[in-house]
Design a binder for this molecule. Sequence first.
Ligand SMILES: Cc1cc2nc3c(=O)[nH]c(=O)nc-3n(C[C@H](O)[C@H](O)[C@H](O)COP(=O)(O)O)c2cc1C
Ligand code: SF4
Ligand code: SF4
Length: 420
Amino acid sequence: MANLESNLAGIKSPNPFWLASAPPTNSGYQVMRAFEAGWGGAVWKTLGTPIVNVTSRFAALDYKQNKMIAMNNIELITDRPLDVNLKEIAECKKAFPERTIIASLMEICEQKAWHELVKRVQEVDIDGFELNFGCPHGMSERGMGSAVGQHPDLIKQVSEWTKEVARVPVIVKLTPNITDIRFGARAASEGGADAVSMINTINSLIGVDLETWNPVPHVDGMSSHGGYCGPAVKPIALNMVNDCARDPEVRIPISGIGGIETWKDAAEFLLLGASNVQVCTAAMHHGFRIVEDMIDGLNNYLDERGLASVQDLVGKSANRITTWENLNLNYKIIARIDQDKCIHCNKCYVACEDAAHQCIDRISNNGSSTLVVDEQECVGCNLCQMVCPVEQCIEMIEIDTGLPPESWKQRSLRLEGVSS
Ligand SMILES: Cc1cc2nc3c(=O)[nH]c(=O)nc-3n(C[C@H](O)[C@H](O)[C@H](O)COP(=O)(O)O)c2cc1C
Ligand code: SF4
Ligand code: SF4
């Protein structure tokens, strides 16, 4: 059995799976049950001055037969008094001392207010703080959440204020509602934060009810933009995590969040540079017990690959991402159809004909037709393989071009050399 222990800026957990700050971490009752199920840590629902929520507040994006490929919410931070939350945090930590509890915080941008909140919360036993600079609705209109996360100078300032009094590591949770998330991460690093977490939710409107013309979720016929999360946001989150993992000015570790539902999703975040992961929508959709499969799956994967620990995965693919200009122009693949597996649905033919390079030929043969790729013309775009409903029916094959690797950058320099 591999060692699943994770370490984020010195915060150790028995496994890298934390519940993100959200409804699943609203109360001691829930967090205790989550820990019983096996979660390595929990980031408590954001603490601050209790708010009043609206009903309704969630809406889902379904795609064909798949329920909740994403969700949108207009919920605010905790609506429970601070002393009640702190009492329950203390009870959870006492019952599960080896699990991680992080207190998520939100306050107005004043040094005194942050000092008071940090000091008050760390009177109970917690493993770290997470500063919520990400909530994009409601709280941002009051100058908190993403209103801070969209201004690197404020991120730096509040990180500094928090570090002035915090006795445990400080994680800064960033908003994706910004052109380049690295600016926020650099500011957190400059402000002395110990780690960053990303992503919080993405600004979104999930749709309109075509019967009533009400936007959803609606509150008495009206709505406001909400925060988008769940499986559909994973690629956006992966890119942001990797951008920060490769940035030399972001000198602190990353907790990856966004669309994680399985151990495979988690492993991808780890490979691209996250030190651990947090989960919200998947726990809301399927319940706390999904963590059992996550733990088993990651364990088996590490064992199969002969890896001793989660640390052996962290960042291993991070530097395989580069800018386009560095990719090898002389690497060539082409599509090849396995005639024994083909069910003649023609999906690949239509896709290549209408949207790629018109290089799948339909060869008639005694009333039936065979699909064959013109390998000279194929540009290896992958589209036919993506639309083919039969597993491994279309393989992408590497072709030896006989040419040495050359990137666009290198080619430009070579051509400049020729012309000058
Ligand atoms: C209903 C709901 C409430 C949330 N509340 C908070 C919150 O109080 N504090 C916070 O930092 N993030 C909050 N989030 C954001 C999540 O912690 C997480 O960053 C986001 O949902 C992306 O992860 P996911 O794709 O696994 O859901 C909330 C998300 C949802 C869906
Ligand atoms: S890889 Fe692209 S170009 Fe080649 S056959 Fe498939 S769809 Fe056509
Ligand atoms: S999409 Fe796949 S199964 Fe369908 S015709 Fe093309 S190769 Fe055959």
